[in-house]
Design a protein. Structure first.
Length: 98
């Protein structure tokens, strides 16, 4: 089974940073780590001035990352998303070790 790392870069909606952090840490992180194949997940605040303020890192084990991503996207459509999450800033990177 192959191992992948998913990095999700994101921002809160202006004025809703506390709500964003509470939701992400207490709801969304659990939603993602409960997906099949997700081994772990953790969050970061980006230390330098960049277009994103936050990052999440997930370790994934699966045979087909394209299928996993499609299944995960479908599953996450059914979860509760906070209005504090700025979807327009989301960038996801799927990586495999060299």
């Amino acid at each position: 089974m192959a191992k992948y790392t998913l990095i999700a870069l994101s921002n809160p909606v202006a004025g809703k940073e506390q709500e964003f952090n509470e939701w992400y840490s207490n709801v969304h992180l659990r939603d993602v780590t409960s997906l099949p194949g997700v081994v772990s997940g953790r969050r970061f605040r980006i230390a330098l001035d960049r277009p994103w303020k936050y990052a999440a890192e997930y370790e994934i084990e699966c045979d087909d990352i394209v299928k996993w991503q499609a299944d995960a996207q479908q599953a996450l459509e059914a979860v509760v998303w906070s209005d504090s999450f700025d979807h327009s800033t989301l960038l996801t990177l799927y990586m495999e070790a060299l």
